[in-house]
Ligand binder design. Structure first.
Ligand code: HMG
Ligand code: MG
Length: 323
């Protein structure tokens, strides 16, 4: 075994390649208590692309008062769209809740958008100021117009396993909400464990329920937050059910400002260590990625929560105040 790389033992039951949907610059930075300068965000995105990530969610065109951390979306996106020429196949999706957000995103060169719904009423109200039904009506023209403009559209579904106000969320409820998002025209549906409470049996149950509902697994992605340390086991379960698109956040940054108890996403480095160990291709240079997360941790003034980043980079390169 080479230092810094996992030993490889291939499992033929698992996919040969996984596409990582990197959300650190959006899901990660939306949750920072301090405002991160736009040039740091742009450099972060450029480093993620240089490390081999080919889907790098850049920011959100939401109401700037709702998420002040991403209020610089207009300024940020044009700073990074040039990376698409430099790195073939690079996609830079942005979150868009409504037509106003879509117009802002298209004016700044967005080539892919994502709408974000909830499987529960309480979170729909808290996150979007709308009921679930009203939120869908808000998204309908967004997805239609995006598709007409040749812009890819993804749908996120939050609270797919548990909700901090409503408790456990049943698979049938999630499938019903997910089908509605797919019917709007979203090419892909990302199933969010917003508060990181899911366990592998639940993940298997939900994916089997989508299968029974006739949704091809190729249209699904998983989005695990790591509050209870279950994100990797949940991911492995999802891979065993045919999932090949996994959302993750460099260095384990993340959370949701409107979901109490949401912590960071599954760390991309922890994910890549497992995938490469299983002989699954990602296209990611793990060393470059961990160095990027350590660099950002230095800018944020605290260590990355990712175990793989800590192991690969070591405490020496992180700020001394962070231990
Ligand atoms: P609202 O207050 O109901 O907005 O917020 P409104 O439609 O009533 O409009 C009020 C004013 O805001 C209007 O201005 C609009 O033009 C303006 P006025 O006419 O009064 O001058 N406005 C906007 N301005 C700029 N950009 C916009 C925009 N929209 C309206 N896009 C809204 C409704 C949806 C806008 C608000 O609730 C919002 O922005 N929510 C976003 C919350 C958010 O970003 N949450 C985090 C992302 S979701 C997440 O993290 C979960 C995920 O990671 C998956 C998982 O983990 O589960 C994806
Ligand atoms: Mg999230």
């Amino acid at each position: 075994m080479e230092l810094g790389l996992p030993a490889v033992v291939r499992d033929p039951a698992l996919p040969a390649r996984v596409r990582i949907h990197e959300v650190g610059a959006r899901d990660g930075l939306q949750n920072e208590s301090s405002l991160v300068p736009v040039e740091v965000k742009a450099e972060f995105i450029a480093r993620l692309a240089a490390a081999g990530l080919r889907t790098v969610e850049a920011t959100s065109f939401v109401h700037p008062k709702w998420v002040p951390q991403l209020a610089d979306a207009e300024e940020l996106l044009p700073r990074v769209t040039g990376l698409r020429e430099q790195y073939q196949g690079l996609r830079l999706p942005v979150l868009v809740p409504n037509e106003r957000g879509l117009e802002r995103a298209l004016a700044r060169g967005a080539d892919e958008i994502a709408v974000f719904a909830s499987a529960t009423e309480t979170f729909a109200q808290r996150n979007l100021n709308r009921s679930m039904a009203e939120a869908l009506e808000m998204f309908r023209p967004v997805v239609t117009r995006a598709v007409e403009a040749g812009v890819g559209a993804r749908g996120y579904l939050s609270m797919c396993f548990g909700d901090p106000w409503e408790g456990p969320v049943g698979a049938d409820q999630v499938v019903t909400a997910g089908l509605r998002l797919l019917e709007l025209g979203c090419a892909e549906l990302s199933l969010g464990d917003t508060i990181g409470v899911a366990t592998p049996g639940q993940v298997a149950g939900l994916l089997e329920a989508f299968d029974r509902a006739g949704v091809p697994v190729e249209r699904l992605a998983v989005h695990f937050h790591d509050t209870y340390g279950q994100a990797l086991s949940n991911t492995l379960t999802a891979l065993r059910h045919g999932i090949t698109v996994v959302d993750a956040s460099a260095g384990g940054l993340g959370g949701c400002p409107y979901a109490k108890s949401a912590t960071g996403n599954l760390a991309t480095e922890d994910l890549v260590w497992m995938l490469h160990g299983l002989g699954i291709e990602t296209g990611v240079d793990l060393t470059a990625l961990a160095a990027t997360s350590a660099w950002l941790a230095g800018r944020l003034g605290r260590p990355s929560p990712s175990r793989a980043v800590q192991a690969l980079v070591g405490a020496a390169t992180l700020p001394s105040s962070t231990g």
